[in-house]
Design a protein around this ligand. Structure first.
Ligand code: SF4
Length: 883
């Protein structure tokens, strides 16, 4: 196919909750050009590094292409029959609550709708929960408590129309990059103040006017203090409060109870009084305020209370639902919101219905089923506990990797291994969860699926297929509907395609609604297939004249009284000193997504942060003998894992941070989930990933090495390894930790090919070996017991050479190749592929700011997420010059 002539398919990015539109040539596979959709209202043609490099991830590497049973390929009929038969027999013998689905914010709304309908509508159990439980279920519960329904009241334009934007527990610059760039563009026009509330100094702080580096878990104390001060200083909007809210007096009393004085609140937050006073004054004197919050608020044992504490401040000041104002929950996943619309959370029914008798009856009538679940099911952590203790005997996991992502992940692995029957439907094959499943069902991947997703601002966008499904992959909705048919529910699941499902979903949203539920898209229930195909992005609820950007400026809350509810709680007591003196935090990196099953396919995205690094403050590191670039073991009550140490002033003393992206597939278990405790918010059930008690220990490796190989090798058996894709092959960082960790050689790691060159210096403890075939580099191992390892970049470049000349061979064995000193360096700007070496060179030639470096190299000129890192390089250069 001539790619230049292929028509462009407009679809939606599969990564974060910003929900950018992208355009891809029809038929495009690996390295297909992906561009931003200029007509999409969210991004207007822009993409971040992950979106820009989607083309590097759409190949067939690691795809699950056929149904597999215990490692052997089987046919679709056999696989579907087996799932239906096993689930039916468990239900017949043990009841509907003995089966469960664990699904994902990666599913499209249509997939989600069908899965939820099968479990809650026809199997008759509430046991379907989603990995969105780990992400934003506290925000959902806070919305429901305050507004009566899970509704985000504002829109992205509010970030552009605000005069003060407060980003709480959100590294927006990395995790919601295009929305952050919209904010920065607006700031350049109108001078928006930006406040970041985060114990960690993140890239988002780079542009902040004020960074409140509060103590971990002090968000409730902070926003309770703000709430009380706003009330005391006369900032309340009395008319709004009287007309549209209830419960103010009780909430103020609760908020004051723990810290009656501002000085007490400042102490609890770990802030000086002046800083806290500045924050309160800015909020108080600014009408147009947006408070955006994300995982730092949600992933806490007080996540719901923290969300309500933020909402309280906006209700009190009436700053909600008007341009540039409101509390705003930033969702992590592309379709977390769509999952919430259809009841993907175990404690919700479809169409924002609760588990009341009235709602269950409504659904019974709509679906024509007498089996609708009457009570909520198990939330994620409880669900896997039930798998572990045998209450759940058959589990179907869809499009997610809980063995890596759930807290206390080793216990999840054990639970799956012990479970009678585990089905995994996914588009990828080699995941930690796949290794625990009895049956694997190949699902269509991004680019092969058709349906809708809803982003953080309630905007429904189409995901459209631009290639046919690979191998025997099928859409998730089809797989679920086929199982439903085999379980005896054929009539209720007779969908011809996603448009049928969407129309039913839309019809349900308006069924006996009569204005009681805000979520209403029933005006789309009669659209034709062609209109569905052409559907433009639109925000729900859909009313006369189209979508709705903002809600609640004039009340209309879907509570029994029609009023919003203030809800405040005192912060919980902190635990005293323990054998785990650190607070372990976890989160995302700029260029990776979840457990790297897709972004890990991109050599460019893997270059910026090549290894799992644990961040620790310099004072803590010095006290513990941990060196920057050395190894550190993080230990919690749940487990232990080894990381590369990054010593940085960005961390508070007493805090640690690890990324969430590594797994047992690409590392020796440097997975954040293995360390995280299973403590959770009592209302939402969301795990408190931000606050696991931990300790840190220096690790002295007995040897260190790296292996560069053209092909993937079996997992190395040593105390530490981290694998990433590079241009033309794979790079493995390796280290021996225990005395028994014997140093490897190329034979044990990659075998021996036609030609071997090697240098072994026993005295210095150095080994350098290379396999060549027809003069071409196949693999090389560089190992040292005492010294430093050379730059990888030059060696990676050798994979592109057809034959190695004498100079290259000599340089390989002496590790002194051109560029071995690291002239190229890691990729700083993933969008434009610009490495640190090029930026250093531009600085040396006189480029003194980010714009000048952009002019010279292109770095920082696309999504802008790398600009903080470029500034750091400039600052480092200036420091070096001054020294
Ligand atoms: Fe995708 Fe980046 Fe847009 Fe998020 S901000 S939707 S990851 S392009």
């Amino acid at each position: 196919m001539n790619m230049k002539q292929a028509p462009l398919i407009r679809t939606t990015c599969p990564y974060c909750g910003v929900g950018c539109g992208v355009a891809v040539p029809a038929g495009g596979r690996r390295n297909t050009p992906v561009s931003g959709d200029a007509a999409h209202p969210v991004n207007k043609g822009r993409l971040c590094s992950k979106g820009s490099l989607l083309g590097e991830t759409t190949g067939l590497e690691n795809r699950l292409l056929h149904p597999m049973k215990n490692g052997a390929r089987i046919g679709w009929d056999e696989a579907l029959d087996e799932v239906a038969a096993k689930f039916s027999s468990v239900i017949a013998e043990h009841g509907p609550d003995a089966v469960a689905f664990y699904v994902s914010g990666q599913l499209l709304t249509e997939d989600y709708y069908v899965a939820n309908k099968l479990m809650k509508g026809f199997i008759g159990s509430g046991n379907i929960d989603t990995n969105s439980r780990l992400c934003m279920s506290s925000a959902v519960a806070a919305h429901k408590r305050a507004f009566g329904e899970d509704v985000v009241p504002g829109c992205y334009e509010d970030f552009e129309e605000a005069d003060l934007v407060i980003l709480v527990g959100s590294n927006t610059a990395w995790c919601h990059p295009i929305l952050y760039q919209r904010l920065l563009a607006a700031r350049a026009r109108r001078g928006t103040r930006i406040v970041v509330v985060d114990p960690r100094r993140t890239a988002t702080c780079d542009e902040a006017d004020l960074h409140l580096a509060i103590a971990p878990g002090a968000d409730l104390a902070l926003f309770n203090a703000l709430f009380c001060e706003l009330a005391a200083r006369g900032t309340a909007d009395r008319a709004f409060v009287e007309a549209y809210t209830e419960g103010l007096a009780g909430a103020l009393k609760a908020a004051r109870s723990a810290h009656p004085s501002l000085a007490g609140a400042a102490k609890a937050c770990g802030l000086d009084l002046d800083t806290l006073e500045t924050f309160i004054r800015w909020f108080s004197e600014t009408e147009r305020v947006v408070t955006a919050f994300s995982q730092g608020i949600n992933q806490s044992q007080s996540g719901v209370d923290q969300g309500n504490a933020i909402i309280n401040c906006h209700l009190l000041t009436g700053r909600i639902g008007r341009p540039g104002m409101g509390p705003f929950s930033l969702t992590g996943q592309p379709n977390a919101m769509g999952g919430r619309e259809v009841g993907g959370l175990a404690n919700q029914l479809a169409a924002h219905l609760d588990f009341s008798d009235e709602s269950c009856n409504l659904l019974s009538r709509f679906w024509g089923s007498s089996r609708v679940a009457a009570s909520p099911g198990l939330k994620a952590v409880d669900l896997f506990d039930a798998v572990a203790d045998g209450r759940v005997k058959a589990l179907w996991i869809m499009a997610t990797n809980p063995v890596v992502s759930l807290p206390d992940a080793d216990a999840v692995r054990k639970a799956l291994k012990a479970c009678e029957f585990v089905v995994l439907s996914d588009c990828v094959a080699g995941t930690d969860t796949a290794a625990c499943a009895d049956l694997l069902l190949p699902a269509a991947a991004w680019g092969e699926k058709d349906g809708t997703v809803t982003n953080s601002e309630r905007r429904i966008s189409r995901q459209r297929a631009f290639v046919p499904p690979a191998g025997e992959a099928r859409p998730d909705w089809w797989i679920v509907a086929e199982v439903a048919r085999r379980m005896g529910f054929a009539d209720a699941f007779a969908y011809r395609g996603p448009a049928d499902i969407f129309r039913e979903h839309a019809r349900l949203s308006g069924f006996e609604n009569n204005g009681r539920r805000v979520f209403d898209i029933s005006s789309l229930s009669g659209i034709s297939d062609a209109e569905y195909d052409a559907l433009s992005p639109v925000q729900w609820p859909l009313r006369e004249g189209g979508g709705t950007a903002r809600l609640f400026a004039e009340g209309g809350f879907p509570t029994p009284s029609g009023r919003a509810r203030f809800a405040a709680a005192a912060p919980p007591q902190r635990a005293g000193p323990s054998r785990f003196p650190f607070t372990l935090n976890s989160g995302r990196l700029r260029d990776q997504w979840h457990t790297m099953t897709r972004t890990g396919l991109s050599p460019t995205l893997g270059s910026n942060a090549p290894e799992p690094a644990a961040e620790i403050n310099g004072h803590d590191a010095a006290r513990l003998g941990i060196e920057d670039g050395g190894l550190v073991r993080i230990v919690t009550a749940e487990g232990a894992a080894i990381f590369r140490a990054r010593v940085t002033a960005d961390q508070r003393q007493g805090s640690l941070f690890v990324p969430i992206h590594w797994s047992g597939e690409n590392s020796a278990g440097s997975a954040a989930g293995r360390l995280a405790h299973a403590a959770r918010d009592p209302l939402s059930g969301q795990p408190a990933f931000k606050h696991t008690p931990a300790r840190a220990e220096a690790v002295a490796p007995v040897w260190q090495a790296f292996l560069l190989a053209r092909r993937e090798i079996a997992k190395p058996q040593c105390g530490y390894f981290a694998r990433r894709r590079v241009e033309g092959g794979f790079l493995y960082e390796l280290a021996g930790i225990a005395a028994g960790d014997a140093p490897p050689d190329l034979d044990s790691l990659a075998g021996c090919t036609a030609e071997r060159i090697e240098m072994h210096d026993r005295h210095a403890g150095a080994l350098r070996q290379a396999n060549l075939r027809d003069g071409r580099l196949e693999a090389c191992l560089i190992l040292t017991r005492k010294g430093k390892l050379p730059s990888r970049d030059w060696l990676i470049g050798l994979l592109a050479e057809e034959t190695l000349g004498e100079d290259d061979r000599r340089a390989l064995l002496t590790a002194c190749g051109a560029g071995a000193a690291g002239a190229e360096g890691r990729i700083v700007c993933a969008c434009m592929g610009v490495r640190a070496g090029a930026i250093h060179a531009a600085i040396a030639e006189g480029a003194g700011d980010v714009a000048a470096i952009g002019d010279c190299t292109g770095a920082g000129t696309n999504c802008g997420s790398c600009r903080p890192e470029i500034r750091l390089l400039i600052a480092q250069h200036e420091k070096d010059e001054a020294a």
